[in-house]
Write a protein of this length. Structure first.
Length: 94
């Protein structure tokens, strides 16, 4: 789990700097059996405190055996989901 946390922090710091939105903290780490991958939820809050983003980073092992981030999505904005997970798949919010 240490490699997942380290990679999540690194990816989150890059995104935070790129968007100018402060990183709050990584939340949950999950394993997706279907894709042999992991994803980590990470919270960001705008510097004025008006918006909160829950960003998910998906990671898989590369040919070198190290985890690489292969997808990043905004899961929630201000606690309103943009999508949900059903059976390890991204699904529309109903």
């Amino acid at each position: 789990m240490g490699q997942i946390q380290d990679l999540t922090w690194e990816a989150a710091k890059v995104l935070s700097k790129k968007l100018g939105i402060p990183l709050v903290a990584p939340n949950d780490l999950h394993y997706i059996k279907k894709e042999d991958a992991y994803f980590a939820c990470t919270d960001f809050i705008t510097s004025d405190g008006t918006d909160k983003y829950d960003v998910d980073f998906w990671m898989k092992k590369g040919a070198d055996g190290k985890l690489d981030v292969y997808m990043t999505k905004i899961h929630k904005k201000n606690d309103m989901p943009r999508f949900v997970y059903k059976d390890d798949e991204i699904a529309d919010v109903e």
